[in-house]
Design a protein around this ligand. Structure first.
Ligand SMILES: NC(=O)c1ccc[n+]([C@@H]2O[C@H](COP(=O)([O-])OP(=O)(O)OC[C@H]3O[C@@H](n4cnc5c(N)ncnc54)[C@H](O)[C@@H]3O)[C@@H](O)[C@H]2O)c1
Length: 295
């Protein structure tokens, strides 16, 4: 669309502001670029550098593998030193042992990535916890509440704050913050701090996506449905009825595999998603769209 054509949209709600002379002039000087999507799958992320937090297990490990398979250099971050090293070894990347809830550790993560690879194109903020002490609001103590908020939400604030300046300098970047389907749906089997933390990740991501859109930085909240990972299996191991109670709400009748979430992460990381930002990116097997499910 050329600037003159924007004027013809003056009567449409929400578009009228585009007719302001300064915005029109800016649009004319540098029309938004649209990267081509005709790159072969294996090289989609060739030359890109991706930082993955919580890369030692579950979704993070599957994502590290997938991003590497797509051609990216991967920085594997985890609190668990052995897990970080094992993941990095698998993908031929850099291991960084760090606590994403600790400000100094977070600064070190992105400095190490930039030192080693000279750039940061993708930041997957995935590390998270779901401890059993986090339960109904009536029984969850303040310590459990705070710990979950620190690891799941404050960490995303710290990581975004640390990585955005690198992306601003490059004039591009894709940040993927892992929230959850519980950010958009209520559950009677409550984990109150976890749910609140993911709601925070969703709102924070949306705001950053809007704020930095014109600097070429995309920020999306990925909201997985229940996934077959240690986090979930540990939770249900002691109580199969707990798993069954949840499965009935999934139209697909199964939990996701981590590789399916990694596929969505790969999409959000690369140029195929060049017009996707500030989104609530649900990969949930239809849970959030369901009223009743198939028998
Ligand atoms: N598994 C699910 O069903 C599901 C569903 C929706 C959202 N999620 C979210 O996806 C993300 C990954 O979940 P998962 O199931 O793969 O978990 P997981 O337990 O398999 O892996 C989480 C990884 O994060 C690391 N980690 C934990 N605390 C950390 C910290 N303070 N600093 C650095 N690393 C830390 C752990 O060592 C672990 O390797 C989490 O944010 C989770 O809330 C999971």
């Amino acid at each position: 669309m050329r600037p003159t054509e924007i004027r013809s949209a003056e009567t449409l709600d929400g578009v009228i502001q585009l007719t302001e002379p300064t915005l029109l002039a800016r649009y004319a000087r540098s029309p938004p670029s649209c990267p081509t999507a005709s790159v072969p799958a294996m090289s989609r992320l060739e030359g890109r550098v991706a930082v993955v937090t919580g890369a030692g297990s579950g979704i993070g490990l599957a994502a590290a593998r997938r991003l590497r398979a797509d051609g990216a250099d991967v920085v594997c971050v985890d609190l668990d030193d052995a897990a970080a090293r094992a993941a990095a070894e698998q993908v031929g990347g850099l291991a960084v042992t760090a606590d994403v809830a600790a400000p100094d550790d977070v600064t070190r993560i992105y400095a190490s990535a930039a030192d080693r690879f000279g750039r940061i194109d993708v930041a997957l903020h995935n590390a998270g916890i779901s401890p059993p002490e986090d339960d109904s609001i009536l029984t969850t103590g303040l310590d459990a509440w705070r710990r979950v908020q620190e690891v799941n939400l404050t960490s995303v604030y710290l990581c975004c704050q640390a990585v955005i300046p690198y992306m601003q300098r490059a004039g591009r970047g894709s940040i993927i913050n892992v929230a959850s389907f519980v950010a958009v749906m209520g559950s009677a089997t409550s984990q109150i701090s976890y749910t609140a933390s993911k709601g925070g990740v969703l709102a924070l991501s949306r705001e950053l996506g809007v704020q930095f859109a014109r600097e070429g930085i995309r920020v999306n909240a990925l909201c997985p449905g229940p996934v077959n990972t240690p986090l979930l299996t540990e939770l249900f191991a002691a109580d199969p009825e707990r798993a069954a109670r949840r499965l009935v709400h999934v139209p697909m009748g199964r939990f996701a595999e981590a590789s399916e979430i990694a596929g969505a992460i790969s999409f959000l990381a690369g140029d195929d998603s060049s017009f996707v930002t500030a989104s609530t990116f649900l990969v949930d097997g239809g849970i959030s769209g369901a009223y009743t499910t198939p028998l």
